[in-house]
Design a protein around this ligand. Structure first.
Ligand code: FES
Length: 273
């Protein structure tokens, strides 16, 4: 059992859990993830590490309520325990030397933040491009502002309720025109990552995407997290989750993510009833 030390609610549907996990905290790196099973009969769901502290012995993950498991998790309170947490899994994020851009869209900002933090701590100049559908869904703005200078943060919302109206590719394109960025990292919805990749490719700037296919075991055994990269089949849980974004078959990833939408909807409905 893994005790919830702290629960933070960012918005109606977005939460952060801090879990007591001293051994995991010692081995955690930016870009890695955890497999979480809420209770005895629960499904295993991957969540990217959003923070950790080896001295205090905890790890954190952020989630948005989108289905049965995340709905159930959102009812857990500090002091209660989660049945299983496995990790850290996957390969840590690697970035080139020099100025970097980190793009996070929606709940992907929870993954982008530890990457940005790691890059700052390793001496990189970091520019963050933060995107959300609307102001209420913009995560971790305060944490990004503590980490980076004001003019290194670019915010977009689809509906124009905060920051620049539009999508992340507009500030990305301006940044790549103005600055010799050596690498871009992006994480978020598939269309956001796909068009970020096309924009970076236009400026010959390497771009890495953190992929989020459906996962089951998280250890390379089930094949559920297959992604097509440069014409080869890779397992996101052990070969990734980071890949060269210009080589990813985005249509395949989108189709795989949608494979169980009907069943996921039925499961959530049954849980709510
Ligand atoms: Fe099973 Fe990756 S989640 S192989």
């Amino acid at each position: 059992m893994y005790k919830i030390l702290e629960k933070t609610q960012f918005s109606e549907k977005v939460f952060k859990f801090r879990i007591e996990a001293p051994r995991m905290a010692k081995h955690a790196h930016a870009g890695q993830f955890l497999m979480v099973r809420a209770n005895e009969t629960g499904e295993r769901v991957p969540f990217t590490l959003a923070g950790w502290n080896a001295e205090e012995g905890w790890v954190e993950f952020i989630f948005m309520v989108i289905g049965k498991t995340t709905e159930m998790l959102s009812t857990y309170e500090a002091g209660e325990s989660i049945k299983d947490v496995t990790g850290p899994l996957g390969m840590p994020t690697e970035m080139a030397e020099g100025p970097c851009a980190v793009i996070g869209g929606g709940v992907g900002l929870a993954i982008a933040y530890p990457v940005a933090k790691h890059l700052v701590e390793t001496g990189h100049e970091v520019h963050a491009i933060m995107g959300a559908r609307t102001k209420d869904l913009l995560l971790l703005e305060e944490q990004f502002r503590e980490l980076l200078p004001e003019d290194h943060i670019h915010i977009t919302t689809d509906d124009g309720s905060y920051g620049e109206k539009g999508v992340v590719t507009a500030p990305l394109e301006r940044l790549l025109q103005e600055k010799a960025v050596t690498q871009v990292f992006c994480v978020g919805p598939v269309p956001m990552m796909k068009f970020s990749a096309l924009t970076a490719e236009k400026y010959n700037t390497p771009i890495t995407a953190s992929l989020n296919p459906i996962m089951v075991d998280g250890t390379g055994m089930c094949g559920c997290c297959r992604v097509e990269v440069d014409g080869e089949t890779k397992f996101a849980c052990v070969d990734g989750p980071d890949f060269d974004a210009t080589k990813v078959d985005w249509n395949d990833l989108r189709a795989r993510q949608a494979a169980y939408l009907t069943e996921e909807g039925q499961s959530l409905k049954a849980y709510e009833e």
